[in-house]
Structures are given as C-alpha cells and as structure tokens.
Design a protein around this ligand. Sequence first.
Ligand code: GLA
Length: 342
Amino acid sequence: MNAFAEIVARSPGRVNLIGDHTDYTGGMVLPMAIDRYTTITAKPLDAAILLNSADQPAELNCTLPIVDPASTVPAWGRYVTGVAAQMNVKRGFSGSVSTTLPLGGGLSSSAALELSTALMLCLVNELPTLTSLEMAQLCRRAEHLATGVPCGIMDQLTCASGVAGSALLIDCHSLQVSPIEIPHDVNIYVQFVAHRQLASSAYSDRVAQCAQAEQHIGPLRLAEVGNVRNIADDVLRRRALHVVSENDRVRRATVALALQDLTTFGQLMNESHQSLRDNFEVSTQQMDEAVRNAQQTPGVFGARMTGGGFGGCIVIAADSTTNIDNLKGAMLVKPVGGAEII
Ligand code: GLA
C-alpha cells in the first residue's frame, strides 16, 4: 500500500422510524441509515492513531495496541480505541474526523464513528473484508468495552447495512435485515431536541429491567400482551408491556409502509411514543412537547421520540406534498447506503 495515499472512510448515522428499546431483547426495529455522515480522512501510521476532530477540542493520540479503551482521553476517542482494541491491530492512522450528525443527538453519531474507524483499520492493516453484520457486531462489542453502555445491535447494523431508498426491518434475534422501500408520498424529518449521553442515563437500568421481566415470563420477543399481565411488579410489567407491544407495532408498521398506508403508519408511530413515554419512561417533557407539536401540524402522519431517549431527536413522517417549515429545525433526511470507503 502506498504509505502516502489518503483514505476516506465514512459511515451514515441512522434514525429509527419505530421499534425502540426492543433490540437488546432480540426484538424488531425499523430504522434507516440517513444522509448525514461521520467521515475519517487519514493516512496509515505504524503503531499509533492520531486523530483530530473538527467538532471536538482535544485530539486523540494513542499508541497501539490498545489495552484499556475505557480510559482513553479525550472521551470521544473511546469509540475509536474500542474498535482498535477489538480488532487487535498494530497499524493505525493519522488524520481527521468530521461529522454532519448532531453529537449525542440520538442519531448514532457514535456508531458512525465506530464503523468508519473499523473500515479504516481494516484497510490500513490489509485485513480480509468483513461482512456488514461482522462489522456491526465488532463495533457493538467495541462500544460495550469503551463506554460500558450495554447497547443492542440496531445502530451499528443499520449504519453498516443501509440501503438507499429503504428502511430496514431488522429482527434482532435472527439478525435478518430486510429492506422496506419508503414510499415517495412520505418525507422523513428529524428534529433535534436536546443533547444526551446514554452512559449517564437510565439506559442500563432499562436493559436490566427487561432481563428481570424475562425471568418471569421468558423471552420478551416471544411473549404476548396476555403473558405480561402475569408480572406482579408494576414497573417490570410496564417495561415488558412496552417491549411486547412495540414489537407488534413494528410488524404492523412494516406492513402499513409496504402497503403505502401512511395514516396507519403514522398512528403506530404516535402509539409508540406514548408507550415509550408512559410504560418505558425514557422520554422527557421537552421531547413530549416537540412530538405533540409535530403531531398537531397539518400534513404530519406521525411523530415520536427516536433512539435511546432521555433527550436526542424526534422523528416525523409527513406528507411529501406538504410544507412543514413551521416545525423549527426539522431536517429532511433521506435513506442511504451503509458505511464505505470512498
Ligand atoms: C440506543 C442503543 C440501541 C437501542 C436504542 C433504543 O440507540 O444504542 O441499541 O437500544 O438506544 O432503541
């Protein structure tokens, strides 16, 4: 490889249309990779990674191999060193990273950084090409290692395997990914509400509560609403009710999208928000207000919080012939292909 050649690796972020807090119980999700990217431009470098960020003050300067990614300073570099530790690589790179995704905004800026790092490290170390699934699994393990957040597979798998023009129905148990075309009659918008950090949120508590609920009724992905009623503890029952009903909503929303029944699709989005707010309790007042405002806007089929919650963004599905400019800061996003070397 020409040591002076500059390589560009980029990964899209993602927005989840419906199906939140279901992936880590092997449930159903319907996200799409979006036309907002994290891009690393770099040259190969022996035994180190030097990376400055257009969006963060401190640069990452670390020696390979990485022993403890969780202690990397600056903290944003942990997503990079987590991937390097997982890949156990000797060659790194020197360059810069920039993003058009809001950081900590629930649009998978961290998964996009992990994936572009993985692609870059594969190339500079001349490793065999990994499949999208292998790449996503590696990056998910890297995130666990680097941040301690027990995230599911949705973000990494969506950023790795995006399909232009389509959302992805992902069964997080079988890991089957099925593209579902987005009809031309609908536009997808995201509206940023507030920054958040999953590591300092109650995300891990929710993962633990789902595991506890499963001790009562078995895998939530196989459970039905009737089974959930057998859980005596009120909090665990509501958590389980969200997951079980959300899996069902994802399945129905997928059918509605395929049939171009956007009214039903929108209603399911609205119901999803209600369940995330009342049963799973991962929304915030600010997000509820933004969602309510969007839902009341003419031309909007449906709106909900998206991603892990506790802040971040909301997602809106609107009639493509209607102008929703009055929704302040709503950003039109298009479904795109997955992470790549360009
Ligand atoms: C975060 C996690 C995902 C998923 C969502 C909630 O984005 O990284 O794995 O659990 O929250 O759906």
